[in-house]
Design a protein around this ligand. Structure first.
Ligand SMILES: [Zn+2]
Ligand SMILES: [Zn+2]
Length: 228
């Protein structure tokens, strides 16, 4: 109940953990803003942690997926199911479509990936937190920090001004704008439109986005039509 005592407690634990390259880290779930804690490896070889659950081929596939997601065009930070499945045939040791499908489901079940209603995969909070060092080392140029909390942001909002670097988590934007008189960009001060989203929603056109509200279930068909 005492935040300072808790901070001290975490600091003490982290001191001990750091000697074995581990650390407790706090973050917020990008989808609902809830606080999450994770025990993270502070070295870049974090992905080896998956080795207890996955085979080397499966890990290779996961790394390919991470790359597709992180380097997606226009800050979409997601990959369609179809592209994700196609990627399986590009591995050095290829896996069948069926195996890839099952594997994708496992990545979702184990909370490494999130599958949206629209049929797109994005990084889970677990991946962002636990594989943070790996992500930052591999994709320094692609990852974006939230202007307000400095954590990695892959689902959120961005400033309408192209040159402006402002990116906000949805939950950070909500909290920030509720304490401001005007809804303007914290960096360049132009009016802020929360409809300029980054992440999985980015891939929807305006028309699809408004349909999404009424008929969520049909989104998957829209995507398939788009890609086939
Ligand atoms: Zn934030
Ligand atoms: Zn701005």
């Amino acid at each position: 109940r005492n935040p300072e005592a808790f901070q001290d407690f975490i600091a003490t634990i982290n001191q001990k953990l750091n000697t074995i390259d581990l650390e407790f880290r706090k973050s917020h779930d990008e989808t609902d803003g809830k606080a999450v804690w994770a025990l993270v490896n502070t070295k870049g070889d974090e992905v080896v942690k998956l080795a207890t659950e996955y085979s080397p081929i499966e890990i290779a596939y996961f790394k390919h997926l991470i790359e597709l997601i992180v380097t997606a065009d226009d800050e979409a930070f997601s990959v369609s199911s179809i592209t994700a499945l196609k990627e399986a045939s590009k591995l050095k040791t290829t896996i069948t479509k069926n195996t890839a499908e099952n594997l994708l489901q496992r990545f979702v079940d184990d909370k490494w990936l999130i599958l949206s209603q629209g049929g797109r995969y994005s990084l889970s909070q677990r991946t962002i937190l636990e594989l943070q060092v790996y992500l930052k080392e591999e994709f320094e140029d692609n990852l974006i920090e939230c202007t307000l909390c400095y954590d990695i942001v892959t689902q959120g909002q961005r400033c309408d001004v192209q040159q402006c670097k402002s990116r906000l988590h949805h939950h950070c934007a909500r909290r920030y704008f509720s304490s401001q008189n005007e809804k303007i960009c914290p960096t360049c001060k132009i009016p802020w439109k929360d409809s300029n989203e980054i992440g999985e929603m980015r891939n929807n056109t305006g028309a699809m986005r408004s349909r999404r509200r009424d008929r969520r279930i049909n989104d998957q068909d829209d995507y398939l039509q788009d890609y086939c």
